[in-house]
Design a binder for this molecule. Sequence first.
Ligand code: AKB
Length: 320
Amino acid sequence: MQKERTLVLGSAGQIGTDLVEELRRIYGDSNVIATDIKDQPEAFKAKGPFMMADVTDAATIHKIIQENNVKQVYLLAALLSAVAENKPKAAWKLNMEGLFVMLDYCKENNDVKLYWPSSIAVFGTTTPRHNTPQKTIIEPSTVYGISKLAGERWCEYYHYKHGVDVRSIRYPGLISYKADPGGGTTDYAVNIFHEAILKNTYECFLREDTALPMMYMPDAIRATIELMNAPAEKIKTRNSYNLAGISFTPAILVDEIKKHLPDFTCTYKPDSRQQIADTWPASIDDSVAQKEWGWKHRYELAAMTEDMLIHMKEKYKVTT
Ligand code: AKB
C-alpha cells in the first residue's frame, strides 16, 4: 500500500518554508510534498518532492492528492494584507478560490484533513482591542481581513454541512529568519532584524506606539502541527482559533534589540500600512485554544529577539 503523504500548497512563503522543514523532520522527506506557483532552487528540490502548481487549478491539485495518497493538506497560498489592498480582486480570487478547491475536494473525500490559515486581520475597529476574545464583534475593513472572515465562515460551513475536518488558526504577525515575510503589515518586525545587523539602523513604516500581536515562527509551526494532530473531538472551534504570542510596539522591540546592539537606531515614517495596523487588535486572548487542544506559547520577547539576532548574524556572516 502507498504511504500516506502530506501536501503543502504555497510552500515557498514565510510559513511554508519553516513548515515543510518541520513536517519533513517528523514524517520523512519523501512523505511531504511541497508545491508552489513559483519554481524552487535545485537545492530545495533535491531534499524532497516538489511540484509547481497553482492552488486555484482544481484539476491539478486534485490529481496530486489522488496520485500521492495525500491525507493532510496545508493550504498556505494567499495574498497578505498590504499587497491585497493594492490588488483586491487578485487577493479575493487567490484567497477564496484556493480554499474552495480544497474544501470541495475534502467534501468528497472526508478522510483528507485540511489546514487553512486565518489571521488577526479578521478583526476591525469595532472589536475590543485588548485581549481580543475568541468570539467577539468581527468587522474587518481590509480586503485581506474580509477574505479571511469569509474563509472562516466557509470552513465552519463545510465542517458542519459536509463533515470536512478543516482546522484553522488566526495567526498574529509572524517573526522568522528562514524566509522573508510576504507583503503584510506586521513585516516590520522581521525587516528590523535584517537592517539592525546590516545597517544598525531601521526606518519603521509603523508608528512607534503601534501595539500588535506577534509570534515567533517556532511557536507558530508547533501550534499548526499540534492543532492538526489533536483528536477531532477536541476541535470544537471550526472557524479559526485565536492564538496569542507576544504583544509589543515597535518602540518596545527597538529597546529589546538595543540590549544586544546598544548603538542601534530606529526612525519612524508611517505609510499606508499604519491605517491597516490601526484596525487590528493590540493583544489576543487565546484561552479557547488553550482549553480545547492544550495550546501554550513558549517564546517571549527577550528569547525571540536573542534568537533572531543570532540567526541574522549567521545569515550575514557577522562575527561580533
Ligand atoms: C499581515 O500582516 O498581513 C499578516 C497577518 C497578520 O496576517 N502578517
